[in-house]
Design a protein around this ligand. Structure first.
Ligand SMILES: [Zn+2]
Length: 472
């Protein structure tokens, strides 16, 4: 029998039901799926990749991002979410057009593939032009990635700010959003490797009426409803004042909890709220770097894991400054250990589950991906351990979690298609993607105005954060 792809002689971290780790092992792929895993496989193969001295494992899953922020990375740093939002984010993002959307998504796709990410979930709410999300989805599709695109819904505010602002070009009416969400679902859900979810911005951003209709629509279509929950501490004061409930409690009342509910961040939870998440089978995407960088706080992840909650990992937007999911996992581990004064608070094995099987569970695609097993989609990566920082190996998994970097991934495969081989991305023209991203960013900054440009030329600060020197 001839197979399309044969990966030879690697150490395979399967993440299958038995969590087998098999040394000197081969993986055979046909029709985009894994047909056999074992030692000394003898197939004719259209393509063979040698993985001697390497780890072969499931492709990594980024459960939450906003890829439009790829183009605004580096604009503003060392800032709280607010004022970053209204001083620097809004003037730029209110002007994102389909060309910018495509260029940003392509740059993100390139970075994701180079970091061994095979599935991306992007929360896209920038409907400054309704074509934006289509350009992003097409870009991921052409790059060969697997995607869960979260159709964002904002009918009130963006990040709870300045409702009267000229910058609120992404706010649309309830009717339009629901109609467009359906059209987008009809176009993309189940098309090749893309699934669609619905994504209310946050409790502040959307009206209760739209929230309820969104939940209803997600039930009708049997798709995820994914939203930002209790990320920053102030949100609970806001929801208690307005609805008499904490943020997660309010989402529970509105019907967003349950196996189709995905909560991003989930930092400021009471014991009762953690219990609601656990007993309803609600999913969580933990974004440790974004949460730390923005001063949000640290999510009670080890507690949720101990209660059996499916927790995946995400980067969130440009605040993370990275799409390296190994770095995200490592940070998640370090923060739990350090703050709980407990080296056992979260283990390397749990972090690997968050990157793979649990990430897949969160997105509802665990039957297809997240583990290497016969019949599953061949979404996998090969990590080169023949480097000083990864030798001697000892045990393979902790080296992957605590020492490896995204740049150690040499091959990235999605559905049997080799997207990157020997660090060269085959599904995209790397030079062209980077050049177009730079010119698209220049175009955005030009249209955003002087205050945004000042962020790039501000002087070294006399003290404190650099951005304060340019705030009038
Ligand atoms: Zn987010």
């Amino acid at each position: 029998m001839t197979v399309e792809l044969l990966i030879k002689n690697g150490t395979v971290i399967t993440m299958d039901a038995e969590r087998r780790v098999i040394e000197n092992c081969d993986v055979a792929v046909s029709g985009g799926r894994i047909v056999e895993i074992g030692q000394g496989l003898e197939y004719e193969a259209e393509k063979t990749l040698d993985a001697a001295g390497c780890v072969v494992c499931p492709g990594l899953i980024n459960g939450h991002s906003h890829v439009y922020q790829s183009l605004i990375e580096g604009l503003g740093y060392d800032m709280h979410f607010d004022p970053w939002n209204w001083r620097f984010l809004f003037p730029v993002v209110s002007k994102v057009n389909p060309g910018n959307a495509k260029a940003g998504a392509a740059l993100a796709a390139l970075e994701l593939i180079k970091n061994g990410v095979t599935t991306i979930s992007d929360h896209w709410y920038l409907h400054t032009d309704m074509d934006n999300i289509y350009r992003v989805t097409e870009t991921f599709d052409e790059a060969g990635l697997r995607a869960q695109m979260v159709f964002g819904l904002l009918d009130q505010t963006f990040a709870g700010e300045r409702t009267d602002s000229e910058y609120m070009t992404m706010i649309q009416s309830e009717e339009k959003l629901l109609e467009e969400a359906r059209r987008y679902y009809d176009t993309w859900h189940g098309t090749r490797r893309t699934t669609v979810a619905l994504g209310p911005g946050s409790t502040e951003d959307i009206s209760e009426s739209l929230m309820l209709k969104t939940v209803q629509l997600s039930k009708e279509l049997d798709i995820n409803v994914s939203t930002h929950v209790a990320g920053w501490i102030e949100i609970n004061s806001y929801t208690i004042r307005r609805f008499g409930e904490r943020d997660l409690e309010h989402f529970h009342t509105l019907g967003l909890t349950g196996p189709r509910g995905v909560m991003f961040h989930a930092v400021w939870l009471s014991d009762r709220e953690i219990e609601i998440i656990a007993t309803t089978g609600t999913k969580v995407v933990h974004c440790p770097i974004a949460n730390a960088y923005l001063g949000y706080g640290i999510s009670p992840v080890s507690r949720m894991l101990s209660l059996g909650v499916a927790v995946g990992l995400g980067t969130d937007g440009a605040a993370s400054y990275t799409y390296d999911m190994l770095e995200v996992a490592r940070t998640a581990g370090m923060l739990q250990k350090a703050t709980k004064l407990d080296a056992e608070a979260v283990t390397a094995e749990e972090l690997m589950e968050m990157l793979t099987v649990n990430g897949a569970k969160v997105l509802g695609i665990e039957d297809e991906v997240g583990a290497l097993a016969v019949g599953k989609q061949a979404d996998l990566i090969v990590v080169d351990y023949k480097q000083p920082h990864l030798l001697p190996v000892g045990r393979w998994l902790p080296k992957l979690i605590y020492s490896a970097r995204g740049s150690d991934v040499i091959h990235t495969v999605v559905a049997g298609r080799v997207l990157m081989e020997d660090r060269k991305v085959l599904s995209m023209d790397e030079e062209k993607v980077m050049a177009e991203a730079l010119s698209s960013r220049e175009d955005l900054i030009e249209r955003a105005g002087q205050e945004t440009r000042d962020l790039l030329t501000m002087p070294w600060p006399k003290s404190g954060p650099a951005w304060r020197s340019i705030v009038k």
